[in-house]
Design a protein around this ligand. Structure first.
Ligand code: ZN
Length: 458
């Protein structure tokens, strides 16, 4: 199927397909929804698992020096003090006194500047400086049109909760705002149990939570989201962080291109001094061309020894590593590749979506597609055909996730599987009863081939 002329996919086409076919549903929908939450449906969760399995295989199993972990979402609040998140992990918000809209001060200024063709440095400004800009341009509320804002105030992005039944400062806990800290606080456990030599990495996948005011954009920015990440520890006296930076940049691109993202839709962007996180010496984002434009999909940060050093100071536990040759004790430095897994899901759907008026096709790599095969009995009112088809289904289902469809005519079944990205459709007919051959139809070329069903493999 040739690519359409303008391959920028419309957001509403993806949202509609995902809802209609069971990939992604709005969160808590029967109660009117909960803003910026989404649930994965039966096909979405298959894609997510395929993505994570591929990531784990590529970055953990295929690398001897990277170890996996699965750490808790709830951690001691002291972790977040040491990491700087309780103090520095903030958004600056303003409230409209007229309609009570609460919004990010930098966003309303940036929107105003873009609309009016003006330019001003907004990123990294203090609350006072943002107030000055809002007043200078008399920026009105995008909801009600009034100009009546509270001063900008810092709101921490960590979700606060309480452990136990009596709320109080002593029981305060946070849902993790990033998954990295679980790896830093287990650094010593891994040293003591696995005895790794530098350089080595600690990797994990899981949910993080940020109490953010978002701009929508579907599953791009949500209150809770899946991350995959690893901390790559090294001795700064023996290795240059820039070499690792370069190496991991290449590997990050290699992995995502291998999953079917078009390399022309990727670009690296270096964070400016003002936008870089408090812990980072250098950060680069790998942006992907989403339906709403280029936005961050992956991040790569040089966190130096910031985290291990702070945890060592705050916990009093020795986090040093002993160089086996020199006997010297050092605090390793770390380079951290971060992968927004929900964004990978969104990116793969975006680049796979194709239509030509006759059919809509998700051209997903077989590795990522929810179903690898769909099995069709030619007719459903002939028991011997249905029985043979069940035999083929069971055979394929041993190794692959397989769909079964016996509704309507074969043409409609093809269209239905094309739309959810199933690479191959297998039809069982009267000839199959004679010689065990089936018709295998290719999603992308629509060509059909007659083969013995036991020879089918991806
Ligand atoms: Zn307002």
């Amino acid at each position: 199927m040739p690519r359409r002329k303008n391959p920028v996919v419309d957001m509403k086409d993806i949202v509609s397909l995902c809802k209609r076919r069971g990939f992604i549903f709005p969160g808590s929908e029967i109660y009117g929804g909960l803003a910026n939450t989404y649930d994965l449906g039966p096909l979405g969760v298959e894609m997510l698992r395929n993505i994570v399995d591929s990531w784990w295989e590529f970055f953990v199993h295929q690398r001897e020096e990277i170890y996996g972990l699965d750490t808790s979402i709830l951690m001691s609040p002291r972790v977040w003090e040491a990491s700087g998140h309780t103090e520095s992990f903030n958004d600056l918000l303003v409230d409209c006194k007229n309609c009570q809209l609460r919004t990010r001060a930098d966003h309303i200024i940036e929107d105003y500047l873009t609309k009016n063709g003006k330019s001003e440095k907004v990123e990294g400004r203090s609350a006072k400086e943002l107030d000055t800009l809002i007043n200078k341009y008399k920026i009105e509320c995008p909801e009600c049109g009034e100009f009546d804002w509270t001063p900008a105030r810092a709101f921490n992005l960590l979700f606060k909760t309480h452990i136990g039944i009596i709320p109080g400062e002593k029981s305060t806990a946070y849902l993790r705002g990033e998954i990295a800290q679980g790896m830093f606080v287990n650094f010593k456990n891994v040293l003591d149990t696995m005895h790794p030599k530098l350089p080595f990495g600690l990797a994990q996948f899981g949910k993080a939570f940020r109490n953010e005011i978002t701009l929508g954009n579907y599953i791009f920015r949500t209150l809770e989201f899946n991350l995959a990440e690893f901390e790559y520890f090294f001795d700064p006296n023996e290795q240059d962080w820039m070499e690792y930076f370069k190496f991991w940049k290449e590997q990050m691109v290699k992995w995502i291109v291998g999953l079917g993202v078009n390399e022309d839709h990727l670009r690296w962007r270096v964070h400016t001094d003002d936008e870089r996180s408090h812990y980072s010496e250098r950060t680069e984002d790998l942006d992907f061309r989403f339906p709403m434009g280029y936005k961050e999909m992956f991040g790569l940060a040089y966190r130096t020894d910031f985290d291990l050093r702070n945890h060592m100071e705050k916990s009093g536990v020795d986090m040093t590593y002993t160089n086996h040759k020199t006997g010297e004790k050092i605090i390793p430095h770390v380079v951290e590749p971060t992968f927004g897994i929900n964004r990978v899901l969104f990116a793969l759907l975006t680049d796979a979506y194709n239509e030509d008026g006759k059919r809509t096709v998700l051209e997903l790599a077989p590795e990522i597609a929810p179903y690898k095969f769909a099995v069709f009995p030619l007719v459903r009112n002939k028991p011997e055909i249905v029985e043979k088809a069940r035999e083929v289904f069971k055979h394929l289902n041993k190794d692959y996730n397989v769909a079964w469809d016996d509704r309507g005519n074969i043409g409609k079944r093809y269209l239905s599987q094309d739309e959810i990205g199933t690479p191959y459709c297998v039809t069982i007919d009267y000839d199959t009863l004679e010689d065990d051959t089936v018709t295998v139809r290719d999603r992308d070329t629509t060509e059909q081939e007659r083969v013995p069903f036991r020879d089918i493999a991806i």
